[in-house]
Design a protein around this ligand. Structure first.
Ligand code: ATP
Length: 708
């Protein structure tokens, strides 16, 4: 093999790792040469034109790739000019969209192609606007934090007026009040509240109330960036620090106390202990907030080692260490998902005080309709069964006004066979049986079939670098789409029975869908499958080119994409209100991860579906990662909890989930899930069969004793 051949093989190998079929990878490399990015662009471009590209010309959608030639099929700038779009682009686009939304959208080029229209100087200008100097100082409410307080009527009024003035909300939610009461009493606090319930307000208010700084530790640049952006929109000054921060004056300004809130990743906060101590002595630090705190625990689903070192906060910002402090600077730890065991681990590991207040809201999300379906998954033959309803959902919208002809399974067969038959035969996961697998059948059929093993994309590999600027440079932020937060339901307590009964009658809107799949390969194959039927679908996994990932985020948030087929890499920070369906097509890695991912549906409070397609003949296997033996054991225990959830046929699914997090749901049901609606499987009286069976055994033993 000569050098060139060897490098082509390597590129093909890389492309297969990204999730592409070997044959497509090979063809792409033959056509565009040995560049991973070009080849990936080349393959994706075909899928994209037939899926997202409603406006692209039909000549492109015929995918006559060879005729199109190298550059004409690429959707990004030529390599030499290609520039990773940055957070600044997003700020810029948001500033633009605030000034003139319609114009900005019309002008907005698709991923990365706007480099010429956005000079670096201009970007920095926009960036400075985001990191506004604290205008709020004169508006600060003079509250004496040296005394203990309760959120009495006086406090309540002050906070509510701030809330209204700054954020347009009428009052604090119950759990927010509780968390603030703990902070006012200088207590540490662990807040466990559902995704999207408003946890950030618990640490944003202290910065605005006291005039001191709040330091927020967060795992991802995308989350920090998103929050800074939202705060800037509300006129609150905030910044984020870390290697993802391109302006090196921001850190100095932050340490001088020029921002109300400082967002920082764990590794950076560890580096900044001495300057933060100076800040505490100067403007003062009101609170350390540790967001997504489940990352502390090895028993959680998203462990990040740097989080465990955050005990330095208690050690270095306590009265014993800093003599000028009257009280230890309180720690507020926040998460949406933590089991009892994870909670204990967090409190111990962060050296939070013994009196730490735990503010726990109901994990129950009354508008989420959970169900489990059984499927072989991972095979194009199953796709035809499993995605029929989804395809019909989106195609009925497109045929709006015309006769509503639903696509039949035969139509799907015709359409998809042409492009999938060949791949069917080339995969070891071929599924000849077209019918849905049901649990009773599966044990019998698994005798005939080998159990297969599926390598899960491991989230510890996905987010190797907390400052992964490229992956996380975010087009997140549902609010900028004009989606209405007014519909947001208070998630403090399960809504009333009659409200849930009403939800049963509601029809599920067309809104966006996220399909989570365990492997990178499936992100590509399912997106490709859905594209065949005119669905605007795109694949998302950590190995795909960054420019593609950015584009997926952007188009998803702007409602141009209908379906994203993703691994766990499409994760934290997805804050979009109108997601109508979260489909897990294969096993999730844990019930915590499942609930967090499913929780991205229905944040507008309207009915949303959370469907798990369980494949009982597939054993999920974690990709090799930096996990210790103990952690691997724990990871497999978590997988087995998922299995139990998938096998359940008797208990309300929401009950299983919320009780997993230690909540008492006794005597309650969600009334929406498949088990609540269809009930447990019918009880069959097998007395007669059992008696024959027992007689047969008795006869057998009698015969054997005769022989003996
Ligand atoms: N008291 C309130 N009344 C009404 N809306 C609120 C209130 N507090 C916060 N919200 C809104 O709730 C939405 C979600 O808030 P936030 O992003 O803080 O949720 P979160 O719990 O941190 O979510 P996640 O777990 O996904 O990080 C925001 O739009 C916020 O403005």
């Amino acid at each position: 093999m000569d050098g060139e051949e060897a490098s082509s093989e390597l590129v093909v190998e890389k492309l297969v790792e990204m999730g592409f079929e070997y044959s497509s990878a090979k063809e792409a490399v033959e056509t565009v040469g040995s560049s991973v990015n070009d080849a990936a662009d080349y393959i994706l471009n075909g899928a994209r034109r037939s899926s997202w590209g409603a406006s692209t010309s039909s000549t492109c959608s015929t995918m006559n790739k060879k005729a199109l030639g190298k550059r004409s099929v690429s959707f990004t700038d030529p390599p030499g000019k290609m520039r990773q779009s940055s957070i600044l682009d997003h700020f810029r686009s948001n500033c633009l969209s605030k000034r003139n939304k319609v114009d900005a959208v019309a002008d907005m080029p698709i991923c990365g192609s706007d480099s010429s229209s956005c000079p670096v100087d201009g970007q920095l200008g926009a960036f400075d606007n985001i990191h506004a100097e604290p205008k709020s100082t004169s508006e600060l409410l003079s509250i004496d934090c040296s005394k203990e307080h309760e959120i009495g009527p006086e406090w309540g009024q002050k906070v509510n007026s701030l809330l209204q003035k700054r954020f347009g909300h009428s009052s604090l939610k119950g759990f927010q009040k509780e968390a603030l009461a703990a902070w006012i009493a200088h207590q540490d606090c662990l807040v466990l509240a559902a995704t999207g319930s408003g946890k950030s307000m618990c640490f944003q208010i202290p910065a605005l109330l006291t005039g001191k700084v709040v330091v927020v530790i967060s795992p991802l640049i995308s989350l920090m960036h998103d929050q800074c952006l939202k705060l800037a929109n509300h006129g609150v000054s905030a910044c984020f620090l870390g290697s993802g921060q391109p302006d090196n004056t921001v850190e100095q300004k932050a340490m001088k106390g020029m921002y109300d809130l400082i967002y920082v990743c764990p590794e950076t906060v560890l580096r900044l202990i001495a300057p933060l101590q100076k800040l505490a002595a100067g403007r003062g630090i009101a609170l350390f907030a540790i967001d997504e705190v489940h990352c502390v625990s090895k028993w959680g689903h998203d462990f990040r080692p740097d989080y465990r070192r955050l005990s330095v906060l208690r050690e270095n910002f306590s009265t014993s260490n800093l003599k000028f402090l009257q009280f230890d600077i309180p720690l507020m730890a926040l998460t949406a998902t933590a089991t009892n065991c994870v909670r204990e681990d967090i409190i111990e590991c962060l050296c939070m005080s013994k009196e730490t207040k735990i503010v726990l809201t109901s994990f129950f999300r009354s508008n989420l309709r959970f169900s489990v379906k059984h499927s072989r998954t991972s095979s194009p033959a199953s796709y035809r069964n499993d995605f029929l309803e989804l395809i019909n959902t989106y195609s009925s919208r497109k045929r709006n006004g015309e006769e509503q002809m639903l696509i039949s399974i035969e139509d799907l067969d015709d359409k998809s066979r042409s492009s999938y038959d060949s791949s069917d035969s080339s995969t070891s996961e071929v599924d000849e049986d077209n019918s849905e697998v049901n649990p009773s059948k599966s044990s019998a059929s698994s005798k005939k079939r080998e159990l297969t093993v599926e390598f899960l994309e491991d989230e510890t590999d996905v987010f190797q670098d907390v400052n992964d600027w490229d992956v996380s440079c975010g087009e997140f932020g549902g609010q900028s789409n004009g989606e209405n937060y007014d519909h947001f339901v208070t998630l403090d307590a399960p809504v009333k029975l009659d409200e849930r009964m009403k939800l049963q009658q509601e029809s599920l809107g067309h809104g966006p869908t996220i399909i989570y799949v365990p492997t990178r390969k499936e992100t590509v194959s399912i997106a490709k499958f859905l594209c065949q039927f005119g669905i605007k679908a795109a694949a998302y996994n950590a190995r795909l080119p960054k420019s593609h990932l950015r584009r997926v985020h952007k188009e998803f948030h702007e409602n141009h994409l209908e379906v994203v087929v993703a691994t766990v890499a499409f994760g934290m920070g997805i804050d979009k209100l109108n997601v109508r369906r979260i489909i897990h097509y294969g096993w999730p890695q844990s019930l915590e991860a499942y609930y967090q991912e499913a929780g991205r549906a229905g944040r507008d409070g309207k009915l949303a579906d959370c469907i798990l397609y369980a494949n009982l003949s597939k054993i999920p296997t974690l990709l090799p990662s930096k996990r210790s033996e103990d952690q691997v054991k724990q990871a497999y225990k978590m997988l087995s909890d998922c299995h139990r959830y998938g096998m359940n046929t008797s208990w309300c699914r929401a009950k299983i989930l919320v009780e997993y997090f230690g909540e008492d749901f006794s005597g309650k049901k969600c009334l929406l899930c498949d088990v609540c609606v269809k009930g447990p499987p019918e009880i069959v009286n097998v007395k007669a069969e059992a008696s024959i069976f027992l007689q047969a055994i008795a006869a057998y033993h009698a015969d054997s004793s005769d022989i003996l």
